[in-house]
Design a protein. Structure first.
Length: 62
C-alpha cells in the first residue's frame, strides 16, 4: 500500500510539507502543516489517524 492510499477506520488526514511555507526551504524540512480545524474532537481524531499512519510507515520520510 502506498502512503497516498492510507486510511484508518475509513478516514485520512492531508498534510502539506512545511518547506513550501518558508522562503528558505531548509526551515520547513522537518515540519508539516495541517489545516485549522474548528472542532476540538476533529483535531484529536486527526492526531490519532496520523499516529496510526506512522505505525504503518515508521521510517518513511518522503
Amino acid at each position: 500500500m502506498d502512503v497516498r492510499e492510507f486510511s484508518f477506520e475509513g478516514e485520512t488526514v492531508m498534510m502539506a510539507p512545511g518547506s513550501g511555507f518558508y522562503s528558505t526551504r531548509a526551515y520547513g524540512e522537518k515540519q508539516v502543516r495541517i489545516a485549522y480545524v474548528l472542532k476540538e474532537e476533529d483535531l484529536k481524531r486527526s492526531v490519532k489517524i496520523i499516529e496510526e499512519g506512522l505505525k504503518v510507515y515508521p521510517r518513511r520520510t518522503n
